[in-house]
Design a protein around this ligand. Structure first.
Ligand code: DX5
Ligand code: ZN
Length: 219
């Protein structure tokens, strides 16, 4: 089964509630991109915005923390209503961060940049709920999909299945109906898309088109 997580990064922040409502029927999760201006060269959303979104929707809030010090904010995101948080493996202290997320009752996600090998995440696979494989360099919406990451998605899917783990394999960056078949074919089952959905004249149909394109690549 293919699931779609619209990334609100490309939505109109001045009309965020309406943008969320428009895609909600095709949204399995809502992807919330948190950027700290340090781990990535951009600043976006913090706990107050997550809190406002939480009051507006019951959708599962999948918070992608592109932060150097996510541990300082996990409790605040949980209190604001985040359902899961994904921290980047590149920031280190992965064991500590996983433990904190678990203790807080968050879905436990680990994100991995395009140039970081799958082996950096392998030791943590049996302790996480979600592996977020970046298919662009994090920091901005609307970038081109990096096809060279597809083999890593396949390696991750194989490791998850060989170990019989219940880990959601999520991909993020440059996903649209043209790129969705490659990631779904490699084993991704949760597809994040920002500009392809919120940049479309009909965001709901755009999300449905991504789901259809991905489903068409499944055996
Ligand atoms: C990029 C973010 C993505 C972004 C994807 O750093 O993590 O979630 O919103 O945007 P698109 O789908 O436009 O590549
Ligand atoms: Zn993201």
């Amino acid at each position: 089964m293919i699931r779609v997580a619209p990334s609100i990064l490309s939505a109109d922040f001045a009309a965020l509630g309406a943008a969320i409502d428009r895609v909600a029927p095709e949204a399995d999760w809502l992807h919330v991109d948190v950027m700290d201006g340090h781990f990535v060269p951009n600043l976006t959303i913090g706990p107050p915005v997550v809190k406002a979104i939480r009051r507006h929707t019951d959708l599962y809030l999948d918070c992608h923390l592109m932060m150097t010090n996510p541990g300082d904010y996990l409790e605040a995101f949980r209190a604001a209503g985040a359902d899961s948080c994904s921290v980047h493996v590149e920031v280190g202290d992965t064991a500590g961060l996983i433990g904190t997320m678990r203790d807080l009752g968050l879905g436990v996600g680990l994100a991995v940049n395009p140039e970081t090998p799958f082996d950096a995440t392998r030791p943590w696979l049996d302790r996480i709920d979600l592996l977020l494989v970046m298919t662009v360099h994090p920091g901005f919406g609307g970038q081109s999909f990096m096809g060279e990451v597809v083999p890593k998605i396949a390696t991750a899917a194989q490791a998850i299945s060989e170990q019989g783990l219940d880990v959601v394999l999520e991909v993020d960056g440059g996903i649209d109906p043209a790129t969705a078949p490659a990631v779904a074919g490699a084993g991704a089952r949760m597809l994040v898309a920002g500009s392809a959905i919120f940049g479309a004249s009909d965001p709901l149909e755009a999300a449905a088109a991504i789901r259809r394109a991905a489903a068409g690549a499944l055996p």
